[in-house]
Every structure is written in structure tokens, then in C-alpha cells.
Design a protein around this ligand. Sequence first.
Ligand code: KIV
Length: 259
Amino acid sequence: MLTSLQDLPHRKKDGPPLAVLTAYDYPLARLLDEAGVDLILVGDSLGMVVHGLPDTTGVTMEMMLHHLAAVRRGVVRAPVIGDLPYHSYRTPGVAAQNARRLVEAGADAVKLEGGADFVPQARAIIQAGIPFVGHIGMLPQSVREEGGYKKKGRTPEDAARLLADARALDDAGACAIVLESMMHDAAAVITRQVSASTIGIGAGPATDGQVLVTHDLIGAFPWFRPPFAKARADIAAECSRAAREFVRSCREPSGEKHG
Ligand code: KIV
């Protein structure tokens, strides 16, 4: 079980692979920490699975700070990563300033979406003394510009660009890089060629770890689940069952007595 980001290089070298999950509130964060998850990500996916937004572009710094503070209260061991939301890192100065706010709310590291173009932001964050996590491949914050969620690394040129992005973030000092929805070969090559720990989501088995949105893992968001995310529980069905049972018990005069 990871207790410090400083152990990442050792885990990359000797394993076992990292198990990373998202959390957005106190109880879930506490359960994941107690279950031995290596890293907890307060991802801007919270915009979709908690706030019901159509994508992550409507997530604000205030939302991230609110959820980070709740997660922090639930975690005693696992390092917590906080996402910089859409448009919160337009310049290196703004990126460092907002990264500091995430750290003050409880993050141990911050993540932003983008490759070589965002190296100045990555460097500014690292110079501010904040561990930095990169995120390349399919970038949810770019869904509107790209016109949908598209798997990356399908052509040799695109795979080479992903590798160049990963190397640029690695050289800048990223401690980890999320590789999202890309061809498995591209993720495997990147993982071999960078010192940072790669954390895959829809990127195949050859990364240094795997991350999932916890709502996908536990079946808590039944209206959409990405094909690569295997649900290992059905919380939505259990919640509906309990709610229906409660409704029946309230309506049947001869049913359960309530306090
Ligand atoms: O926001 C998030 O949950 C993420 C993961 C999908 C990696 O960035």
C-alpha cells in the first residue's frame, strides 16, 4: 500500500502495480483508504457522476475545493491527487496559484490534462513545491473541441505524439502520468520510456497502475459506464431495491412501523 508519493519510483521498478480510484466525499474516501487503494483521485469526473453535468467542462475550482476538503477528512494514509478543472490552468502563474488552493484544501499532488503544450504549467506547479501528475491520451476536458471521446494512438504519428507528450511531462518532473483511452501498444511503449509511474484507464494492462472512476467500479452510475470499466458491484440496483422497499413499507398500513 502506498503511503507516500516518494515511493512511486520504487513501485514502478519492483511493483506491485498501483491501484487508483476516484473519491468525491468523506465516506467513499474513507472506505477506499481503508481498503488499501494506493492513490485517491478527486477527479473532475465528479462533474458528471456527482453533479449530473454532461461533461467535465462545467466543473469549477470551487467544486473541486469543496469535494477535496471532504475527501481529505476521510483519508489518513493514501496520497490524494486533486484535479485542476477546465480553464483553471490557462497560464503557468494561474496554474500554480490554483494548484496551491487545491493543496490547501487537502491535495498531496495535482493533475492537469495536456501534454508538451502544458510543460510551462507543470514546471510552475513543481517549482511551487507541489507534486505534479500529468494526463494524456483522450482528454475529457477537450471533448467539445474534439467532438466526442476518441481513443488515441491509432496511427504511428499519433502514438509518436503521445510518447513525445509523455517524455516532455516526464522531463518536467511529473511523478505520475495518467494515460487515458489509448492503444495498448502506445501505453506500453510510454510506460517503458518514462521514469514517472503511468496510470492507465482504458490503456491496457502494461501500465504501472490502473485507475477507475469508482462509480463505474461499484455500479453507482448505471446510465453510462465506459466499456473498459468492469463493475464489481451493483450499488444502483441495491439502492433502488432499498428505496422501493421503504416506499412500500410507508404506504402499507400493515407494514413496518417507523419511528
Ligand atoms: O477525473 C477523473 O476521474 C480522471 C480519471 C478518469 C483519470 O481524470
